[in-house]
Design a protein around this ligand. Structure first.
Ligand code: SF4
Ligand code: SF4
Ligand code: FES
Length: 289
């Protein structure tokens, strides 16, 4: 979620800032981040822990850019653009840093269901076999607690998005948090209990923001295991949830004439991509006979 600094400081309202991006002058509204400015200028900036419906937490560092006068690289997703900033998005230092981040992530995580991150690795020529091949975080059992969603933490890049979506960014349930240190650092329920024994209310907002499919619908998981997940054949139909009067938008992902999962658009003004258990999982009746 982009922080609207102008709402905090009236002096910023209706003002703009001008920055230089890779030598070109770019003017954006005051309060926009460097990422916003890059996007406005048509510069494609890689992001993993950033989401437009969450506040940046700077966990992944794949979006870093070089800012003249700054000793270290800065995360574009959270740093506000300031008047006169000279920003380099494609310098040797930036490319090297992004490549290192992607190599570390690729070494320690199963990114087989993260095509967007794999595309970044290709773009930055990241060699995910460069470091240890006995992936330290691999070989955890997939957690299957129920028929709604699974947790495959071999795929978890510790981006924090699910924790924030479950917590104060959306759901305010706080069912999951970071646990452990070093290689034992992981996402966990309280005391590592199963989901049904945790505070989880099955809104699925954590699934909606996960960039690696570490959290995924059980329907998708089952179809993938059976070799029948065919995303390129699926249709996505946008509709309004009929369970109550709030007006959440649903995106129904349909394969072979059956709903296989439900997402929600992050840019929708009612719920910003977040749903409750009814909208997220209450669709089995549609295909019931
Ligand atoms: S389904 Fe909702 S309540 Fe449960 S862990 Fe995910 S975000 Fe939290
Ligand atoms: S489970 Fe997904 S959303 Fe949560 S920290 Fe891991 S990669 Fe990020
Ligand atoms: S996307 Fe900016 S730090 Fe992760």
């Amino acid at each position: 979620m982009t922080t609207d600094w102008s709402s905090l400081d009236p002096a910023l309202a209706d003002t703009t800032v001008s920055v230089t991006i890779d030598g070109a002058s770019v003017t954006v509204p005051a309060g926009d981040t460097i990422l916003d400015a890059c996007t406005a200028h048509g510069v494609d900036t890689p992001t993993i822990c950033y989401a437009e419906n969450l506040t940046p937490v700077n966990a992944c560092r794949v979006c870093v850019v070089e800012v003249e006068g700054n000793r270290t690289l800065v995360p574009a997703c959270s740093r506000p653009a300031e008047d006169g900033m000279e920003i380099q998005t494609d310098s040797e230092r930036v490319r090297h840093s992004r490549k290192m981040v992607l190599e570390f992530l690729g070494t320690t995580n199963d990114l087989s269901e993260a095509p967007a991150i794999n595309a970044m690795s290709e773009r930055y020529d990241a060699d995910i076999t460069r470091y240890a091949t006995d992936h330290a975080r691999f070989d955890q059992d997939v957690k299957i607690d129920d028929d709604l969603y699974i947790r495959d933490y071999d795929k978890c890049v510790l981006c924090y998005k699910c924790v924030d979506a479950c917590g104060e960014e959306a759901q305010f349930t706080f069912a999951i948090a970071m646990s452990g240190r070093g290689f034992d650092n992981r996402i966990s329920t309280e005391f590592d209990v199963t989901l049904p024994d945790s505070a989880c209310v099955y809104c699925g907002n954590c699934i909606g923001v996960c960039p690696t499919n570490a959290l995924q619908f059980k329907t998708e998981f089952d179809l993938r295991r059976a070799g029948e997940w065919r995303e390129d054949e699926q249709t996505v139909t946008r509709t309004v949830c009929s369970y109550c009067g709030v007006g959440c938008n649903l995106e129904l992902h349909v394969q072979d004439n059956e709903i296989v999962k439900v997402t929600s658009p992050a840019d929708h003004s009612v719920t910003h991509g977040h749903l409750c258990v009814k909208g997220r999982f209450g669709w089995k009746y549609v295909s019931a006979t």
